[in-house]
Design a protein around this ligand. Structure first.
Ligand code: NAI
Ligand code: OAA
Length: 349
């Protein structure tokens, strides 16, 4: 029973991380003889952190799992460490243990920070989360400057530019190694599209570009596969539901936080893709919010090919429908101002 559950999680990871690009053929690294890879989760005792720790413990590409939070991590680590999979698990609580938690990390996943309550925007989290992200990234620059950073903490549209500025100041910035995790938008777009198009969700691909807040989330249903020729009104509704997916969960949780389980799943998919890229698996493509030149905005989410050094190639937008072209123009001012806000915070504080 346990083995079959593990296999189905592993095969879901394999299937889904075949990405928006749809390339399935690749070497299978799911044996325990792959290279050693240390993954650190910062904020590991939280709503996302705990299920993400579980999913990373199930990933055979991980040899060392480092779970850090300001408190509560020894319990989470002890619990997860009893699972009979490859990785060795260590828990670290408190800032004095952050250096050891980060030492030698190949990937650092950051779901540290406060979540939304009903009525809030992601930008309302800026005042608290900007400082948390800044201090964690300062430590990353010091203790594992070559790690790939998977930023989950909101507002992602600003926290990624903050991280970039911190790394620039420390002299460690490598734009190929910094990622805003927008995978949950892709996960949602796939689920909602499959429901409307009445196709099996496992075979669905939908790129989602732009950023990770409201109208800055732009799903490209014109490029969705398999093709379904949905009426325009349905595309409008699907787009809105994808953009409001986070709010849908925040409202349903009624003050008890935002998406945690689906986010942990999405975070695990994205980290798995990064691990595969590091390990030299070809054609690993996922959407992510990265430094970009595909529009005039300095950071933008689009399909990204992952490789041994992180970003191997930022892929273009492809052909857009008129509705998507309009959405792209609409999102630019908000995304630009969120980027500027992050840069200003990091350079002033
Ligand atoms: N990128 C995305 O798609 C998504 C992002 N999020 C964001 O993820 C973040 C975390 O959400 P939840 O896990 O639900 O929140 P939570 O409050 O349940 O957990 C956050 C954890 O971060 C820890 N933390 C706070 N300051 C820290 C520090 N300086 N160092 C290390 N850990 C620290 C807390 O102790 C707590 O355990 C929020 O900002 C939320 O908005 C949530 C869902 C989706
Ligand atoms: O909506 C939120 O606050 C959390 C989040 O980013 C998401 O679920 O997409």
């Amino acid at each position: 029973m346990k083995v079959s559950m593990l296999r189905s999680v592993q095969s879901a990871l394999k299937r889904t991380s075949s990405s928006t690009g749809g390339h399935i053929l690749r070497r299978d690294f799911s044996s325990e003889s792959g290279p050693n890879r240390k993954v650190a989760v910062l904020g590991a005792a939280g709503g996302i952190g705990q299920p993400l720790a579980l999913l990373m413990k199930l990933n055979p590409l991980v040899s060392h799992l480092s779970l850090y939070d300001i408190a509560g991590t020894p319990g989470v680590a002890a619990d997860v460490s009893h699972i009979n999979t490859r990785s060795e698990v260590k828990g670290y609580a408190g800032e004095e243990n952050l250096a050891e938690a980060l030492d030698g990390a190949d990937i650092v996943i950051i779901p540290a920070g406060v979540p939304r309550k009903p009525g809030m925007t992601r930008d309302d989290l800026f005042n608290i989360n900007a400082g948390i992200v800044k201090s964690l990234c300062t430590a990353i620059a010091k203790y594992c400057p070559h790690a790939l950073v998977n930023m989950i903490s909101n507002p992602v549209n600003s926290t990624v530019p903050i991280a970039a500025e911190v790394f620039k100041k420390a002299g460690t910035y490598d734009e190929k190694r910094l990622f805003g995790v927008t995978t949950l938008d892709v996960v949602r777009a796939k689920t909602f599209y499959a429901g409307k198009a009445k196709v099996p969700v496992a075979g669905v691909n939908v790129p989602v570009v732009g950023g990770h807040a409201g109208v800055t989330i732009l799903p490209l249903f014109s490029q969705a596969t398999p093709k379904a020729n949905l009426p325009h009104e349905e595309i409008i509704a699907l787009t809105k539901r994808t953009q409001d997916g986070g709010t849908e969960v925040v409202e349903a949780k009624a003050g008890k936080g935002s998406a945690t389980l689906s986010m942990a799943y999405a975070g695990a998919i994205f980290a798995d893709a990064c691990l595969k890229g590091l390990n030299g698996v070809p054609d690993v493509v996922e959407c992510s919010y990265v430094q970009s030149t595909i529009t005039e905005l300095p950071f933008f989410a689009s399909k990204v090919r992952l490789g041994k050094n992180g970003v191997e190639e930022v892929l273009g937008l492809g052909a857009l429908s008129d509705f998507e072209k309009e959405g792209l123009e609409k999102l630019k001012p908000e995304l630009q101002s969120s980027i500027e806000k992050g840069i200003k915070f990091a350079s002033q504080s």
